[in-house]
Design a protein around this ligand. Structure first.
Ligand SMILES: Nc1nc2c(ncn2[C@@H]2O[C@H](COP(=O)(O)OP(=O)(O)OP(=O)(O)O)[C@@H](O)[C@H]2O)c(=O)[nH]1
Length: 425
């Protein structure tokens, strides 16, 4: 699938930048340069910067010059400024080659001002000028950010859901937790680790908390970006061979057609690598992407000639992805639709295992509409399963944010003074 990706606010800008970093390193072509950042300040990046200067729009300059204030956590002011500077937004949208893409992804953090406030206006404006679906990624603040952040997030999430075709959510609260490495790790993954299998759901690794300037979020941004790029760029790998079960953009669009809030699960397993001359040939080929995929004869060690083992591995990986820490932890049985993507070298993509995993998910999550597709990636060193759960409705974290927001709003009305805190980036 080809998407234009637009980051709004600091979080949105960093996550989009991280997506582009992964797009480049994984050899996928998700957006073909169709990127844009919209912000009220200059964001600090946690990866090499991939969005050229001319694709970065700064809003609100006139305000700051006039009265010295800035958005500083106020989504209403951010939305007002974005509406007033609508013409600049529309001019910036001209940089997007709409004929090249299937949809647009707007990425923003919802706990403060610019992402939640201006982000909603960006989505509304895009919906007015193009017929392609506009999806959003909404990052929910962690509990420690205080009541004001919960109120901002509750309100912004509502406007994102109303304006966008679907909102994929990421819960900082669930992902920042490095004190409890077992939190969210599925029992199956623990079993695997104990039995020596190298399958991983990536959620058992601690989240890095280094410096300011977005450094606290580096690990989270990588995890989120990896899931988004693997899902949306399925089939956009340079030099990948065809497959009868190839993931089609229309399947992803149909899955997201439900509207509402969605969540992503992910699991991967390393594959044994070839040695000797085969390895040398492969590394030469990797350096020169114009070289055709080599067929150097079969190597039973990596070619997965044991169909039963491959089928079991894939079946197991689907279960692990469903049980993994989701971008937004939720009750998967409350999803309307799901989509399973399997990515890896074509020789390891066992149809039987995939169908088994799909059947398991249908039963386990009680979802009638489970779509599935694969992405042959002959240079991949791992087998990956991504599951998209669309329109999940049983989400404890969203309930908690809404409750906290209502209580805070009530306290503002009765006491008249804010009791929450807002954190800057
Ligand atoms: N996952 C992730 N979350 C972030 C990151 N930066 C900030 N956040 C979250 O996103 C929310 C919004 O923060 P920012 O993006 O810095 O704020 P903003 O939208 O630019 O708004 P203003 O600071 O008011 O201009 C915060 O409440 C955090 O929960 C990031 O790099 N990654």
């Amino acid at each position: 699938m080809k998407l234009a990706v637009i980051g709004v606010g600091n979080a949105g800008s960093r996550i989009v930048n991280q997506m582009l970093d992964i797009e480049q390193s994984s050899g996928r072509n998700l957006c073909n340069g169709n990127t844009l950042l919209v912000n009220s300040t200059k964001p600090a990046f946690d990866a090499p910067e991939h969005v050229p200067e001319e694709r970065r729009l700064t809003i609100g300059d006139v305000y700051w010059e006039a009265d010295g204030s800035d958005i500083d956590g106020n989504p209403d002011l951010a939305a007002e400024i974005a509406r007033e500077e609508k013409n600049d937004l529309i001019r910036a949208f001209d940089l997007i080659e709409f004929h090249q893409i299937h949809g647009i992804l707007v990425v923003a953090g919802l706990g403060r001002g610019t992402g939640g406030g201006a982000g909603a206006v960006v989505i509304e404006q895009l919906k007015e000028i193009c017929d392609d679906p506009v999806y959003a990624v909404g990052v929910l603040p962690s509990d420690s950010e205080g009541e004001q952040s919960s109120l901002n997030a509750a309100r912004s999430l509502q406007s994102f859901v109303a304006a966008a075709d679907n909102v994929i959510a990421f819960d900082n609260d669930a992902w920042e937790d490095d004190d409890h490495p077992d939190d969210g790790t599925p029992d199956s993954a623990v079993d695997e680790a104990e039995s020596g299998d190298d399958a991983s759901t990536d959620d058992d690794a601690p989240v890095a908390k280094d410096d300011a300037a977005g450094g606290d979020y580096t690990r989270m941004n990588v995890e989120l970006a990896k899931r988004l790029v693997t899902l949306f760029a399925a089939g956009e790998i340079r030099g990948s061979s065809g497959s009868e079960n190839l993931m089609d953009p229309s399947d992803i669009m149909r899955t997201l057609d439900t509207g509402g809030v969605s969540s992503i699960g992910y699991a991967s397993v390393d594959l044994p690598q070839p040695g000797g001359v085969r390895s040398l040939l492969r590394s030469v080929q990797d350096r020169f992407s114009w070289m055709p995929e080599g067929d150097w004869g079969s190597d039973p060690e990596i070619d997965g000639d044991d169909g039963a083992t491959d089928a079991a591995k894939i079946n197991n990986l689907v279960r692990q992805a469903a049980d993994s820490k989701l971008t937004l932890p939720c009750e998967i049985t409350s999803a309307d639709r799901a989509l399973i993507l399997l990515s890896g070298p074509s020789r390891t993509l066992s149809r039987k295992g995939f169908e088994g995993g799909r059947y398991w998910l249908e039963q386990e999550a009680d979802i009638v509409d489970v779509m599935a597709g694969d992405e042959p990636h002959d240079r991949a060193t791992e087998l990956t399963v991504v599951i998209l759960f669309s329109n999940v409705t049983d989400v404890a974290r969203i309930d908690a944010i809404q409750e906290r927001a209502v209580e805070y709003q009530h306290s503002l009305r009765t006491e008249g003074t804010p009791t929450g805190t807002t954190n800057s980036q």
